[in-house]
Design a protein around this ligand. Structure first.
Ligand SMILES: CC(C)(COP(=O)(O)OP(=O)(O)OC[C@H]1O[C@@H](n2cnc3c(N)ncnc32)[C@H](O)[C@@H]1OP(=O)(O)O)[C@@H](O)C(=O)NCCC(=O)NCCS
Length: 183
């Protein structure tokens, strides 16, 4: 697991995290995850892997609060990003990037060879993050999101090879420097 600079920490998601995870999920998506989904993912879905990002200290009366989370499914040698979100109060500080970086570094441990995900066509913030990590748009799924009828863009990072790992190391160095300077 990636160890970020203090005050941030990352670890696998566990059941007691779920009240905070659900709150971030509710604040982040037009339709929150259905009841029981995270429990199912953690307890019964063997291909699911979830990480939480938090920080040392206090926020809104909570000690060591969660700031964000991400999850993926490992399907053969493919990683599919199932979710990623940061708390609205903490956006724009490189923490979504930290979660994606942690997920991509985990991908090498499994090992996987490619990463796929779907993103709403209107979600240019998330697309910017994925493009920064060399994801490319490879197709669309028309009206994929039932809540808004919006199309999904299908994006992939097709080659989790040694060269991409080097790229991740460079991105990590830059991001950690930013996190330390803004801490
Ligand atoms: C997508 C999300 C996880 C990004 O997290 P974040 O903490 O705000 O993002 P970061 O500060 O780490 O920014 C990473 C990159 O995202 C893009 N980005 C972030 N904020 C942006 C903005 N306001 N406008 C455009 N691009 C933006 C940039 O490419 C940025 O890289 P940069 O810092 O070098 O410019 C967060 O916005 C979120 O939780 N959104 C709601 C849930 C969601 O849409 N998840 C994705 C589902 S596919």
């Amino acid at each position: 697991m990636l160890i970020p600079p203090e005050p941030y920490w990352l670890r696998p998601m566990v059941l007691p995290d779920l009240p905070e995870v659900r709150e971030i999920d509710r604040l982040s998506f037009p339709t929150p995850a259905r009841p029981g989904l995270f429990e199912h993912e953690l307890e019964q879905n063997n291909i699911a892997h979830y990480l939480v990002l938090g920080m040392l200290g206090e926020m809104n009366g909570r000690s060591h609060p969660l700031i964000g989370f991400t999850g993926f499914w490992l399907i053969a040698d493919e990683i599919h990003v199932s979710t990623i979100a940061t708390h609205p109060q903490w956006r724009g500080h490189g923490l979504g990037e930290l979660l994606l970086l942690a997920l991509l570094r985990e991908s090498y441990d499994h090992p996987a060879t490619m990463v796929t995900l779907e993103v709403r066509r209107s979600n240019t913030v998330a697309q910017g993050l994925y493009r920064k990590y060399q994801f490319e748009e490879v197709g669309t799924r028309p009206r994929y999101y039932r809540d808004t009828g919006e199309d999904a863009l299908l994006m992939t990072m097709p080659s989790l090879n040694a060269r991409y790992f080097q790229f991740l190391e460079g991105q990590q160095a830059d991001l950690f420097q930013r996190l330390r300077s803004e801490a």
